[in-house]
Design a protein around this ligand. Structure first.
Ligand code: NAI
Length: 258
């Protein structure tokens, strides 16, 4: 067996971008990347959430920068990546994770504006982020991208047509990006979370208690996941330990889709 000087899971000297880092899974991933030595750029539209993430990472002696960025707007994504290039001079890892659920309606009643918004925030954003991240990753000799999908990318949850369509498409984008960039040493994979206890799910449950009761009872583990349990898979996918994993998804769902 050949020896290696690479410390598994070590992000020292790496520059990492996390979107949706002001809350939930994104915040936990940002904390974990920073704890492993990365300089983490945290992007979100939630300024208060970003400030909290920054404070948590700083208190733990981590390196962090925050950036108010709407990831569904091309100019904002482009200027975020220009800023990272200018300040840090490189990008090694990107966790494209920002997302929204949208309302719950059957297809016949789904409002067009809501459909467009969910597709913009969940799907167009992943395309835009990769469009501007890939040149930086390739220029640095390679790296890793993880895109957040959902169990709704591999199932058909009634009432969530826009969300499910956007997340199915995130898997498609991920596979194309992996195929196009494997030879450039950029690995692209997807995280597929199940029910995870974040503000997104808490807001949904508050509006619709039946959603929480029914949803949780359908999970073999009989509990929701913690954001840190889910973020850990994204961090691993972006680590050197996953160096031969490309175009795949990791489902972290307490057995929901068994
Ligand atoms: P969250 O609501 O706690 O965090 C999502 C973050 O994305 C928020 O801080 C929000 O401000 C940000 N965001 C929303 N729109 C944005 C935009 N246009 N530009 C920049 N930032 C924006 O939710 P959570 O649960 O941490 O979700 C993270 C990802 O995980 C999402 O893509 C979600 O679809 C996915 N997911 C979550 C599950 C769960 O049970 N919590 C299950 C499956 C997937």
């Amino acid at each position: 067996m050949s020896s290696t000087s690479t410390v598994p899971n070590d992000f020292r000297d790496k520059v990492v971008l996390v979107t949706g880092a002001g809350s939930g899974i994104g915040r936990e991933a940002a904390r974990s990347f920073a704890a492993r030595g990365a300089l983490v750029y945290c992007a979100d539209i939630n300024d208060r959430g970003l400030a909290e993430t920054q404070s948590l990472i700083t208190k733990a002696s981590g390196k962090v920068q925050i950036a108010h960025t709407d990831v569904s707007v091309e100019e904002e994504v482009s200027s975020l990546l220009s800023r990272i290039d200018k300040e840090a001079g490189r990008l090694d890892v990107a966790f494209n994770n920002a997302g929204i659920t949208g309302g719950a309606h059957r297809i016949e009643e789904y409002p067009m504006d809501d459909f467009d918004k969910v597709l913009r925030v969940n799907l167009k954003s992943v395309f835009l982020c990769m469009k501007y991240e890939l040149p930086l990753l390739k220029r640095g000799g390679g790296g890793a991208i993880c895109n957040t999908a959902s169990v709704a990318a591999i199932t058909g949850p009634g009432g969530m047509c826009a969300y499910a369509a956007s997340k199915h498409a995130v898997l498609g984008l991920t596979r194309v990006a992996a195929m196009e960039n494997a030879a450039h040493k950029v690995r692209v994979n997807a995280l597929v979370p199940g029910w995870t206890d974040t503000p997104m799910v808490r807001a949904e449950s508050a509006q619709n208690p039946a959603f929480a009761k029914h949803g949780l009872s359908a999970i073999p583990a009989k509990r929701g996941g913690q954001p840190s349990e889910v973020a850990a898979a994204a961090v691993w996918l972006c680590s050197s330990e996953a160096s031969y994993v490309m175009g795949q998804m990791i489902v972290v769902d307490g057995g929901m889709t068994i």
